[in-house]
Write a protein that binds this ligand. Structure first.
Ligand code: FEO
Length: 405
C-alpha cells in the first residue's frame, strides 16, 4: 500500500495485488497496482477506489487515514467505471458513510444497480459535463466507452491538468520504487512495457478502435499528468504512453512489429522435430521471435506476444481428425481479442488423416481474422529431412514477408 501526493491537494492511494487471476482468467506474474485518487477543493472527491480482491475496503480506509482524510468528508465518489476492481468497495463504503453522491456515466448508473446492493444518490455525467469542487478545482468528464467497460469515462482536473484515465494508459506490473515514470530509466521502462502490452492485449485489445477514439479525445486537453487506474503515473514521458497506446491499438489490424510468434504443440514429438527446424530458421534470420508451447503457456503470454507480432507460425498435429485441442483454444482466444491481419504459416504432423488445417480454416472464417496464409505444410508421422528443409524454406519466406510489411 502506498500514498503519494501527485499534485497539490491530489493524492494517489495505491494497493498492490499479486497471486490472483485478473478477471478470474489472466495470470499476472508481476502483479498489478490498483490506483485511486483523492482530490481536494472545498469539497473532497474520491476517484475510483482501492480494495482487496474480495471487495473488502480496509486498505482504502487505512490509506485515507494516512493522509488525514475522514471518510465522512468525501462528498463525491467518482466511478470512472463500475468494474469491481475499482468499485467493489461500494457496499462496504456505504455501510460506513451515507452522505455522498456517486458520479458516473449513464451506462455506469445501470451497472451500479446491477452489481451493487446499495441505494445511493447518483449523478450521471457525459462528455463536457463539469463538477466544481470549489477553490478553483473544476473537474470535467470524457466518456470512453469500452476502454474497458461500456460505462468507462475519464475525469480531468482543469486546475492541475491531470487526467484520471481509468483503465486507459494502464498496465500490469508493480513498480515498487515510485509511482511516477520520471523515476525510472528508459531501460526499466522498456521492461515495464512488457507488462503494459500484456495488460493491453489481455484486457483492452478487443476494443482497439475505441481506444483510438479515446486517445483522439485527449488531443483537446492540455495534459500535465496522466493518472491511470493501474500502473505508473505519466508526467515526463506523457507523450510516450499516448503514442505507445495508439501503436498497440493499431496492431490489432496486423502490420504490428517485425516479430514472429511461434505457437506449437506436439503429442509424441514429431511436430516438435519440425518446430526445432523452424526455430533454426528463425535464429538464422535474426528476426525477433517469441516461442510458446501449448498446453503449458498461459493464454495471456501467448496473446501478448501475438499482439506485437506481424507474423505467426502455428505448429500442431491433427488430433482425432481435428486440430490439437489446446491450439484451437488459444487461436479462438486470439481471434476473440481481434488479433487480425497476421501473416501466418502453419505446419504439423498427422497420422490417420489430416483435419487440423480444416479446423484452422473454420476458426479463421468464423472469427473473420483476415490472416494471410502461406501454403501449409503437413507430413505423415515423423518428418524426414526433405520435410524439415521445406518447413525451413517457408519460415524464411514468412520472415521476408514480415520484414517487408
Ligand atoms: Fe481496472 Fe477495467 O479494470
Amino acid at each position: 500500500m502506498r500514498v503519494t501526493e501527485i499534485e497539490k491537494n491530489i493524492h494517489q492511494l495505491s494497493v498492490n495485488v499479486k497471486d490472483i487471476l485478473f478477471e478470474g482468467l489472466w495470470e499476472i506474474p508481476k502483479g498489478v497496482s490498483i490506483n485511486s485518487y483523492v482530490i481536494k477543493g472545498e469539497s473532497t472527491a474520491l476517484v475510483d477506489g482501492v480494495c482487496g480482491w474480495d471487495g473488502v475496503p480496509e486498505s482504502l480506509f487505512e490509506l485515507l487515514k494516512r493522509i488525514d482524510v475522514d471518510i465522512h468528508s468525501i462528498r463525491y465518489l467518482i466511478l470512472n467505471h463500475l468494474e469491481p476492481d475499482h468499485a467493489g468497495f461500494l457496499d462496504a463504503f456505504k455501510a460506513i458513510h451515507s452522505d455522498f453522491e456517486v458520479i458516473c456515466s449513464k451506462k455506469g448508473a445501470e451497472l451500479l444497480a446491477a452489481f451493487y446492493d446499495c441505494n445511493v444518490p447518483v449523478r450521471t455525467v457525459g462528455d463536457g459535463d463539469t463538477l466544481d469542487l470549489g477553490e478553483g478545482r473544476i473537474l470535467t468528464f470524457k466518456e470512453i466507452p469500452n476502454v474497458h467497460w461500456p460505462d468507462s469515462m475519464m475525469t480531468y482536473d482543469t486546475l492541475s491538468k491531470t487526467l484520471f484515465s481509468c483503465d486507459a494508459f494502464g498496465s500490469f506490473g508493480i513498480m515498487e520504487q515510485s509511482p511516477f515514470d520520471d523515476d525510472y530509466t528508459d531501460e526499466e521502462l522498456a521492461e515495464y512495457e512488457k507488462e503494459t502490452i500484456r495488460y493491453y492485449s489481455n484486457i483492452i485489445g478487443a476494443f482497439s478502435p475505441l481506444v483510438i477514439r479515446a486517445i483522439d479525445k485527449c488531443a483537446s486537453l492540455e495534459l500535465h499528468t496522466i493518472a491511470p487506474g493501474h500502473g505508473l503515473i505519466w508526467r515526463r514521458r506523457l507523450q510516450k504512453i499516448l503514442t505507445d497506446y495508439r501503436g498497440y491499438a493499431t496492431y490489432h489490424k496486423g502490420n504490428a512489429r517485425e516479430e514472429i510468434t511461434l505457437i506449437w504443440g506436439s503429442m509424441y514429438g514429431n511436430t516438435e522435430l519440425a518446430v526445432r527446424a523452424a526455430i533454426d530458421a528463425l535464429e538464422e534470420s535474426g528476426i525477433k521471435y517469441h516461442l510458446h508451447q501449448v498446453p503449458g503457456s498461459s493464454w495471456g503470454d501467448v496473446l501478448a506476444s501475438a499482439w506485437t507480432s506481424s507474423g505467426l507460425i502455428l505448429a500442431m498435429p491433427t488430433y482425432e481428425y481435428k486440430m490439437f485441442p489446446p491450439m484451437a483454444a488459444v487461436l479462438e482466444e486470439l481471434g476473440k481479442k481481434k488479433a487480425y491481419g497476421r501473416k501466418v504459416f502453419r505446419f504439423g504432423s498427422y497420422g490417420w488423416s489430416g483435419g487440423a488445417q480444416k479446423e484452422l480454416e473454420e476458426i479463421h472464417e468464423h472469427l473473420k481474422l483476415n490472416w494471410s496464409f502461406m501454403e501449409p505444410y503437413e507430413f505423415k508421422g515423423r518428418p524426414r529431412a526433405e520435410d524439415l528443409e521445406a518447413i525451413k524454406q517457408r519460415v524464411r519466406a514468412l520472415v521476408e514477408a514480415v520484414k517487408g510489411s
